[in-house]
Design a protein around this ligand. Structure first.
Ligand code: NAP
Length: 486
């Protein structure tokens, strides 16, 4: 680690944050945080026990009533100040994020802009929470509808976007007047601790946000999910873990939001602007090293343009610079760990066994860190595993389609339904395709759809609930109806 890297890591608190206090775990246990570009330990953080988890929920429950009664403008101002401080400290935060997650610094900075925007957006939403006044159809009574905070929330986030996956939950919860226990991914807790320090500095009262990190995640989370004082569970992560958390939450009939895995199709029709499609493909595939739930997982290209599209994409992918995310000019950092790299290698090998061809890449790098070369595969048959599982890495598998109907059938042939990208210059074809795709989001002629002002979320096995947009705050609000006889 360079002196600057060391000083940024050392500037971050590494305890749990409970009731406004930084503290170690009740057992004294610590958890290693690694740099995936070297496999070396960056630092250690507190490893929470079941008791620590419960203490975090105790603090959230205790802070609930006074926080719910805090004026919306005050809640919004805290978010607004935090937006400004994150932006001011973006260079330190980007370095920290790159060190623990691996993505290149420029990608960390992009995530910081995106993540901070959720605070600005929800600062603005906090003062727009409104109800309704109606005259009953028979004219005899009045129907008043009000919105109130859901109550204590449990938030569980993944490692791939350590800031944005948190701010997209914390932002609306603060705006709505909810208190929370946040559990960031154990591989990338430092970004969340950095954010917690900022929120504290911005005046967030004790107990509103409590953060625990643990290596025994299931054992520490399950008692919280089953605790009758918890009112909401919001989870971003893999579909299998999401399914088991939905089961656990059934007992307490919790409000639940699930942002789960994806298997995004990227469709290129014969009338697409190919330069734009290749630019979009690079973004859709390579943002975050391919480790995004929204990452294009399958390219479905009309047979008349497949050769040209594949050649251009191959050229662009082969030109990417792979290396440590802190180095100048690096486009592609390491994958999060050895398991993730092995999974990518396994899916590529399976595709090759099924008859796919390597256009570029196709191998893991030896030596320190978990690197996999940017890869393009063509002639990928439908039954290859890569068409049905998230590759979560820098691999673009290309298949061809002959008609729109075939392309849409291929796109919808998955249990997932988070996002799809489609490229066509025809407006009516684009709209018809958007309507027929079984996903929560569709990007037309663009490689990225995420926007804090829009509702992010999936259908089918990609989950339910929406984050961001006008919809985002509703996930943290209950509707109460009051009937009033005059
Ligand atoms: P993951 O293994 O499901 O982990 C996500 C979070 O769940 C982590 O904080 C993890 O804690 C925690 N967790 C794991 N097992 C748990 C259990 N039994 N009980 C409670 N919590 C548990 O997923 P991941 O590998 O970190 O993230 C990648 C997945 O997230 C991909 O499938 C990706 O598509 C999805 N994702 C979805 C979205 C979206 O918005 N739809 C966004 C980003 C990522 P530990 O770290 O301690 O294991």
């Amino acid at each position: 680690m360079s002196a600057r890297e060391k000083s940024v890591v050392e500037s971050v608190q590494t305890g749990m944050f409970i009731g406004g206090q930084w503290r170690g775990s009740s057992t004294g246990a610590r958890l290693d945080v690694e740099d995936p570009s070297t496999g070396e330990v960056l630092t250690t953080v507190a490893d929470a026990s079941i008791e620590d988890g419960r203490a975090a929920l105790d603090a959230a429950v205790a802070a609930g009533p006074s926080w719910a009664a805090t004026p919306p403008r005050d809640r919004g101002e805290i978010l607004r100040r935090a937006f400004e401080l994150i932006t001011e400290r973006k260079d330190d935060l980007a370095l920290l994020m790159t060190l623990e997650m691996g993505k290149p610094l420029k990608e960390s900075l992009t995530e910081i802009t995106y993540g901070a925007e959720f605070f600005r957006w929800f600062a603005e939403e906090s003062v727009r929470i409104a109800g309704r006044w109606q005259v009953a159809p028979n004219g005899a009574t009045r129907l008043l509808t009000m919105k109130q905070p859901v109550g204590p929330c449990l938030m569980i986030t993944p490692w791939n976007f350590p800031l944005a996956m948190g701010t997209r939950k914390i932002g609306p919860a603060i705006a709505a007047g909810c208190t929370m226990v946040m559990k960031p991914a154990s591989q990338t807790p430092l970004t969340m601790f950095f954010l917690t320090q900022i929120l504290t500095e911005c005046g967030l009262p004790d107990g509103v946000l409590n953060v625990v990190t643990t290596s025994t995640t299931g054992a520490v989370m399950e008692p919280l999910i089953r605790d009758p004082r918890l009112r909401k569970l919001t989870f971003t992560g893999s579909t299998p873990v999401g399914r088991s958390l939905v089961e656990q939450s059934a007992q307490g009939l919790l409000r639940v939001s699930m942002e789960l895995g994806g298997n995004a199709p990227f469709l290129v029709f014969e009338d697409a602007d190919l330069d734009r499609a290749v630019d979009g493909a690079m973004l859709a595939k390579m943002r975050n090293i391919g480790e995004a739930c929204t990452a294009a997982n399958r390219f479905i290209v009309h047979e008349s343009v497949a050769a040209e599209f594949s050649a251009c994409l191959t050229e662009r992918m082969a030109a990417l610079k792979v290396g440590r995310g802190t180095e100048d000019g690096v486009d592609v950092g390491p994958l999060i760990d050895g398991k993730a790299r092995d999974k990518v290698a396994e899916l590529v090998q399976d595709a090759l066994d099924h008859g796919a061809k390597v256009r570029t890449g196709g191998s893991a790098r030896s030596g320190k860190g978990y690197y996999y070369d940017p890869t393009v595969l063509s002639d990928v048959p439908a039954d290859a595993r890569i068409n049905h599982e998230e590759v979560f890495g820098p691999v673009a598998p290309i298949a061809t389609s002959a008609t729109d109907d075939e392309a849409i059938a291929m796109a919808n042939d998955t249990e997932h339904g988070l996002v799809a990208c489609a490229f066509s210059v025809g407006l009516s074809r684009s709209m018809s395709v958007a309507e027929r795709l079984e996903t929560g989001m569709v990007a037309i002629n663009q490689g990225i759809v995420s926007n804090p002002a829009a509702p992010f979320g999936g259908v089918k096995a990609s989950g339910f609930g929406r984050e961001g947009g006008a919809e985002g705050i509703n996930e943290y609000l209950e509707t109460k109806y009051v009937g009033l006889a005059l």
